[in-house]
Ligand binder design. Structure first.
Ligand code: DCM
Ligand code: DCM
Ligand code: DCM
Ligand code: ZN
Ligand code: ZN
Length: 265
C-alpha cells in the first residue's frame, strides 16, 4: 500500500488494542509519533532505498510463481526473506522481549513494532503476493482512467485515491470512519474469524499471503493485461476488495499485537 493504505490499516488496528497493547505500544513509539501508531506505519517505505536499509526492501512482498495462484512458505519465502518471514521475525522479537525483559539479545523494539505494523499492511495488498514474472504487477503498464501507471500502483494507491475523491470528499478520516462502521455492522460476524490463528500462534501470515494471491488472481490481474485502460467498472468492482483487505489488515495487526503484549512469562 501507499501512505493512505498503511495509515488506514494502523488507525483501524489502534481501535482494537487491548489495554496491555495500548500501554506497550505507547512505550515503544518514537516521540515524533505523538502516541499514534498510524503516524509511523509508512516509515519502512521512507527508509527502504537508503543504503543502510536496502536489505529491508525485499521484505515488503512475497512474489509467487506465474499463474499458479497459490502461495507456499518454503517455495515463496526462501531463507525467510519475504514479507511472511519478516512478520514471523518481528513478532518473535517483540514476543521474546515481552515475555522476558531480561533477554540477553537486545533488538530495537521500536523498529520491530514499525516494521511489523507496516508489513502486516503490505501482506494484505493482493499484489504483494503477485507473480514473480511481472514483479507483482509493477511491469504491467496500464491506464488508470487517463493516467499512465502500472497495475501494482493501481492497487497500492489509485483505487484508494479515487475512492477518497468519489465517496469521501477527499478525506481519509472519513474513509477510515466508514470502514470502522462496516466492521461494527456488516463485518461484525467475520471479525473474530479474521482475528484468530491456529492455537498457540501469535500471527498467521501464511494464511494472509494465501488469501492475497487468491484475490490477486480473481480480482487484480483479471481483465487488467498490459495496455488496458482501467476505469469505472474495474474501480467499482475492486474497491470492495481493497476496503476489506485494509480492514482485515487492521484487525490482524491488532490481534497480533494483543497476543504479543498479553503474553506473560
Ligand atoms: N516460520 C518461521 N518462523 C516462525 C514460525 C514459522 O520462519 N517463528 C516459518 C517456517 C515454517 C513456515 O513458517 O516452514 C510455516 O510455519 P507454520 O506452519 O508454523 O505457519
Ligand atoms: N513490489 C512487489 N514485488 C516485487 C517488487 C516490488 O510487490 N517483486 C512492491 C513493493 C512496493 C512496490 O511494489 O510496494 C514498488 O516497489 P519499488 O518501490 O521497490 O519499486
Ligand atoms: N471478496 C474477498 N474475499 C473473498 C471473496 C470476496 O475479499 N473470499 C471481496 C469481493 C467482494 C467483497 O470482498 O466484492 C465483499 O465480500 P463479501 O461478499 O464477503 O462481503
Ligand atoms: Zn506495493
Ligand atoms: Zn511496503
Amino acid at each position: 500500500w501507499g501512505d493512505d493504505g498503511h495509515y488506514s490499516v494502523c488507525k483501524i488496528a489502534q481501535g482494537y488494542f487491548e489495554e496491555d497493547t495500548v500501554v506497550a505500544v505507547k512505550k515503544l513509539l518514537p516521540d515524533y509519533a505523538d502516541g499514534e501508531l498510524a503516524a509511523v506505519c509508512s516509515w519502512p517505505d521512507e527508509i527502504k532505498k537508503l543504503p543502510q536499509w536496502r536489505w529491508t526492501s525485499a521484505l515488503h512482498f512475497a512474489d509467487t510463481p506465474d499463474y499458479k495462484c497459490n502461495y507456499e512458505y518454503s517455495r515463496d519465502c526462501p531463507k525467510d526473506w519475504c514479507v511472511t518471514g519478516a512478520i514471523f521475525n518481528y513478532t518473535n522479537q517483540l514476543m521474546s522481549a515481552s515475555v522476558n525483559s531480561q533477554s540477553i539479545v537486545h533488538y530495537n523494539l521500536t523498529e520491530a513494532l514499525m516494521f511489523l505494523s507496516h508489513y502486516m499492511g503490505d501482506i494484505h495488498q493482493p499484489l504483494h503476493e503477485g507473480f514473480i514474472g511481472d514483479l507483482g504487477g509493477n511491469k504491467i503498464k496500464v491506464h488508470w482512467y487517463n493516467q499512465e501507471t502500472n497495475l501494482h500502483r493501481v492497487w497500492d494507491d489509485m483505487i484508494i485515491e479515487s475512492a477518497l475523491v468519489t465517496y469521501y470528499n477527499s478525506s481519509l478520516p472519513r474513509m477510515i470512519h466508514a470502514l470502522q462502521t462496516k466492521l461494527k455492522n456488516g463485518w461484525s460476524n467475520d471479525v473474530p474469524a479474521w482475528a484468530s490463528c491456529q492455537i498457540n500462534q501469535a500471527t498467521c501470515p501464511n494464511l494472509y499471503a494465501s488469501e492475497s494471491i487468491d484475490l490477486a488472481c480473481k480480482y487484480a490481474y483479471r481483465n487488467a493485461t498490459a495496455g488496458t485502460t482501467l476505469g469505472d467498472y474495474y474501480f467499482v468492482s475492486r474497491l470492495p476488495v481493497v476496503e476489506k483487505r485494509l480492514a482485515q489488515g487492521g484487525i490482524r495487526l491488532a490481534a497480533t499485537l494483543n497476543r504479543i503484549f498479553s503474553a506473560k512469562p
